[in-house]
Design a protein around this ligand. Sequence first.
Ligand code: AMP
Ligand code: GLY
Length: 424
Amino acid sequence: MKILIVGGGGREHAIAWKVAQSAKVEKIYCAPGNAGIAQVAECVNIGVMEFDRLVEFAREKEIDLTVVAPDDPLAAGAVDAFEAAGLRAFGPRKNAAVLEGSKAFSKDLMKKYGIPTAAYETFDSPEEALAYLETAPMPIVLKADGLALGKGVLICKTLKEAKEGVQSLMLDKQFGSAGNRIVIEEFMTGREVSVLSFVDGRNIRIMTSAQDHKRAKDGDEGLNTGGMGTFSPSPFYTKEVDEFCRKHIYQPTVDAMRTEGREFKGVIFFGLMLTEKGPRVLEYNARFGDPETQVVLPRIRNDIVDVFEACIDGTLDQIELEFEDNAAVCVVLASDGYPEHYEKGYPITGLERFAEADGYYVFHAGSKFDAEGRIVTNGGRVLGVTAVGRDLKAARANAYAATDWVEFGNKYMRHDIGKAIDEA
Ligand code: AMP
Ligand code: GLY
C-alpha cells in the first residue's frame, strides 16, 4: 500500500514510524513532513490546508490511504475533500470533527446525553458574559469556542481576571473568531489523564492512557504550550476509572455522535479530569494527541494500518488492541523561549545514536534540512526524546539519559516530566 500522512510534527513522525512497520506498506509520503519524518517517508512540500493540492497528489501517486493528523484540516473538512474525490482517508469528517472544533457543541452534546463534564454556560455577547461573571463562583474557566492551538482556555482566580479574560477573548479577539463565542465553566480539580481511542462510527477501542505536561516550566509554571512531555500509562487511570469511563463516557460519546447524524470515524482523544466526584470530560480532541502519540504508539503491538482501515470500514469490532507490558516517557526538547519568542536554524547533533538503541526514539517536532543538508532546529518544540522501560520509573530514567545524546543551540526542556509517578 501507499500511504500519505498529512502533518509535519512529532505526532506525525510517530505515526509515520508506526506505519512504516506495517508489512502491507510499500511507500509512505508525508505532507509537509520534517527532517526526522524524512527518514521513514518521502516528504512533499504541500501545506496541510491545501486540500486541492493534497487530493491531486494522492490521485497522481495512487495513494491507497491518507491519514489526516492535525486538528485544523480535520475541522475544515480535509477528509470530506478526499472522499469527494473517491479516495480513502482516515479521520473524522467535518461534521464530526466539530467535536473538537467547537467547545459549545461538545458541551451541549455532553449535557444532552448525560456525559459527565463541568457545569457551563455559553455566551455570544460579551455584555452577557460579564454580567454572568458578577455572581459566578471563582475560580472559573473561560474557553474560546473555536480552535486556538490549545491555548484558548483561561483559568481565572478572581473576578478581575475573569473580566479581563472576556475582554481579551471576545473583544480584543486574542484568538480571532475562535472567541466570538465563549464557554464559561465550573473550575474542577483533580488529576488529568489523556485517553486516546479508535472509533469506526459505532465501535470504540481504547488505547492505553497517558498524561501530558502543558506548562512550559518545571512545577507546572509558565505559559501553556502544545505539550512539554508525556508518560504512558497513567498510574492514576485505575481499573475502576476505566470501567466508569467505558460505561458513562466513551461509548456514550460515540453513540451520541451517531444519533446526531455525525458519525465519528477516526481518533477521539478524551481529556479527562479525575475529580472527587468521579471522572469528568475536560475536552474532546478529534485526533491523536501531541505528544501523547509519541508514548502510546510505541506501546501498541497491532499493525496500525489494519486499525486505520477497520475504522474506515466499520469493522473495528473485529480488532483487539494489544499493548506491551511496559511504559514510555517522552521529554520534549524545545527552543529556549518557547512558546513565545525563540530562535531557529541551529544544527542538531547526536541523532544517529537513536538508530542503534533499541527502545529509544527521537520524534522530530520542528526540524528541517538547511542549504548544506544539515538537520537544524525549525520550531518551538524541536524533538520528542522517547524511551520505553519495564515500568514508568525505568522509562523516565531512560528518556532523560537520552536527552543528553542530542545537542542544539538554545536547547530547553522540563526536568520534571513524569514526576507525578512518584506520588502514585
Ligand atoms: P482544554 O483545552 O479544554 O483541555 O483545557 C486546557 C487545560 O485547562 C486542561 O488541560 C486543564 O488543565 C485546564 N482546564 C480546562 N477546563 C478546566 C476546568 N473546568 N477546570 C479546571 N481546569 C480546567
Ligand atoms: N497534548 C494535547 C493535545 O494534543 O492537544
